[in-house]
Design a binder for this molecule. Structure first.
Ligand SMILES: [Zn+2]
Length: 587
């Protein structure tokens, strides 16, 4: 990524002014009147003297657009016109050309809808009755799709029917007749994190079906990835240190009108893990606010289920249910900002909500009822990857069900989590009788190493890739993680660009893994560490991994010899491994 100049990158988002050898601007990350945001071309670094935000070009894009590392790299590569010849397929090239056409059509449609709003008194009246000001309508780019079947085709004649159909603006019926998808509706543009329009939501003015109509999925618009209002909400989320997830776009806009700018909405889908990843990158606290009706409860439960494997200790998710018959829009209009925010005090933390919901259908006074509760909770609890939260939840569950936590852990087959650090410094393992579950190494070392390499590929020079061969037979190491680490080391050795290995993993299982790891990295703010600290951590992690592999190999050999006679090769290997100095860590 060295070819990217940080000044050029940031200038695309924030207008910069030259000041001596640096550039300055009003900080995009906090509200200020005089510029304290500085970009150094010499150091390829930005720093804000007001709020302390600082980092590299990639870091800036991540912060600014709220994308993860991988997406930021892709954006930057695209920006710089970098080619990724080795892995870029013809299909993805065709897709991006098509994407440009779609984006153009959507942008023109949005402009058209906005001008139409000015000429539609009934639509303006509708927004006014809902308490929305012209300013808010402008901020969210709200427009109006007039009645009639062929408006867009006339207004956007230069776009071409193909692009309009592909963008979901125009529908082609059997027989080739084409007509506008959105008619007589208030139009809410859906923008991605870069501010590019990728689709629309349309709400009917008075009565009619369907009440809400969204763009279909297109190459630009995937419902499970996008959140309505996130682009507008970024700064408010940062300032409030909280994001609010609601059900509809009217809720988002109404809340913003009343000074609650940190709300976002899913687009006619359940909250997906991708939604959560996006939000968790921006804030530590997410409040889900759904209607109190049956549909709202279902939506809340789906959100809970989809968040279990995204949870990270230190992040807080809670669930707020409004009084029956209210939605965020109606409630905030009636009661105002303060009353609405006061409701957060009644929100149920995820753990409480989970137990409450599972207990609601069973009779906790009977052993059968309590057993049922545990039975229902088991698959959910096992999906929680955050160790502390998992522990606290199991404690609470055990209490509710009237068993001890040890009994519950045994039932749930939860692996003890505390054994790792003590074992690490112990001399080479001579006892091989421990059950495999207990020897299962904490995967965090592999994951940390992968994370360090993602951020700083140059660290690869501190590792010997060949050493990883020792870990290939070990069931105690996650083989997918091991293979990912191996691939990253290879990429670094071959001096591949970051772009090229990000492309390499695209669409594979490992891409998911990398995304999880990058999320963990962000929450620990390691991206800000000095290079010395980073190197020390990496070397330390590498030594731990080597030591784990060395001891794992010894264990494997001893286990094998319990069943069969050792071969000469094995003996040789055992001697080699046991004579190796334990890989000391620096702590
Ligand atoms: Zn700042």
């Amino acid at each position: 990524m060295n070819r990217l100049d940080i000044v050029a990158v940031i200038e695309r988002y924030v207008p910069l002014k030259r000041a001596g050898s640096n550039y300055v601007a009003c900080c995009p990350f906090h509200t200020e009147k005089s510029p304290s945001f500085t970009v150094s071309a010499a150091k390829q670094f930005y720093h804000c003297f007001g709020c302390g935000a600082h980092g590299t070009a990639i870091g800036f894009v991540m912060e600014y657009s709220g994308t993860g590392f991988i997406d930021a790299v892709k954006d930057l590569a695209q920006m710089a016109g970098m080619q990724v010849p080795e892995y870029q397929t013809e299909r993805s090239a065709a897709k991006s050309a098509q994407g440009d056409d779609l984006a153009g059509a959507l942008l023109k449609a949005a402009r058209y809808y906005r001008t139409q709003l000015k000429e539609a008194p009934q639509a303006i009246e509708y927004l006014r009755k809902r308490g929305l000001s012209g300013e808010i309508a402008k901020e969210f780019g709200i427009g109006y799709a007039p009645e009639g079947w062929q408006n867009l085709q006339t207004a956007l004649a230069d776009c071409g029917p193909k692009a309009m159909i592909a963008a979901g603006l125009v529908i082609e019926a059997e027989g080739g007749k084409r007509y506008d998808r959105f008619r007589d509706r208030i139009m809410f543009p859906i923008v991605d994190q870069r501010g590019q329009i990728i689709g629309f939501g349309g709400r009917i003015l008075e009565r009619g079906e369907p009440k809400y109509l969204n763009s279909p999925e297109t190459p630009l618009f995937e419902k499970g990835r996008e959140l309505y209002g996130l682009y507008q909400a970024r700064r408010a989320i940062r300032e409030a240190k909280r994001a609010l997830v609601v059900e509809g776009y009217m809720d988002v806009v109404a809340l913003a009108q009343h000074g609650i700018g940190y709300a976002v909405a899913t687009l006619g889908t359940a909250t997906t893990p991708t939604h959560l990843q996006k939000l968790l990158r921006q804030t530590d606290e997410i409040v889900f606010c759904f209607d109190g009706d049956a549909a709202g409860r279902r939506a809340a439960w789906r959100a809970l289920e989809n968040s279990l494997d995204q949870l990270v200790d230190g992040k807080q998710l809670s669930f707020l249910f409004l009084p029956q018959g209210d939605d965020p829009d109606s409630y905030v209009r009636k009661s105002g900002k303060d009353a609405f925010e006061a409701l957060f005090g009644q929100a149920l933390p995820l753990s409480q909500y989970l137990i409450k919901e599972l207990s609601s259908g069973v009779d906790l006074a009977t052993p059968e009822g309590r057993a049922k509760l545990l039975e229902a909770a088991r698959p959910l609890v096992k999906r929680i990857s955050a160790p502390l939260l998992g522990l606290m939840l199991r404690k609470q569950l055990a209490q509710t069900a009237g068993v001890s936590q040890q009994e519950l852990d045994a039932q749930f087959q939860v692996k003890p989590t505390s054994s790792a650090p003590a074992e690490r410094s112990a001399p080479a393992a001579r006892h091989s009788a421990r059950p495999a579950a207990q020897r299962k190494a904490p995967t965090s070392i592999l994951r940390s190493l992968i994370g360090w390499l993602m951020l700083h590929p140059q660290l690869a020079r501190l590792a010997e890739r060949e050493a990883l061969a020792d870990g290939r037979e070990m069931s105690t190491l996650d083989q997918a993680e091991l293979a990912t680490l191996d691939r990253l080391l290879e990429a670094a050795q071959r001096e591949e660009t970051v772009v090229s290995w990000v492309e390499y993993f695209r669409g594979t299982e490992q891409e998911q893994l990398l995304r999880q790891i990058e999320l963990a990295l962000l929450t620990h703010e390691v991206a800000d560490w000095s290079s010395q600290e980073t190197e020390r951590e990496f070397v330390d992690g590498w030594a731990q991994l080597c030591e784990q592999m060395r001891r794992g190999q010894l264990d494997l050999l001893t286990e094998k010899w319990a069943r069969q006679k050792p071969t000469r090769e094995d003996e040789e290997r055992y001697r080699r491994l046991s004579q190796q100095k334990p890989h000391a860590t620096q702590k």
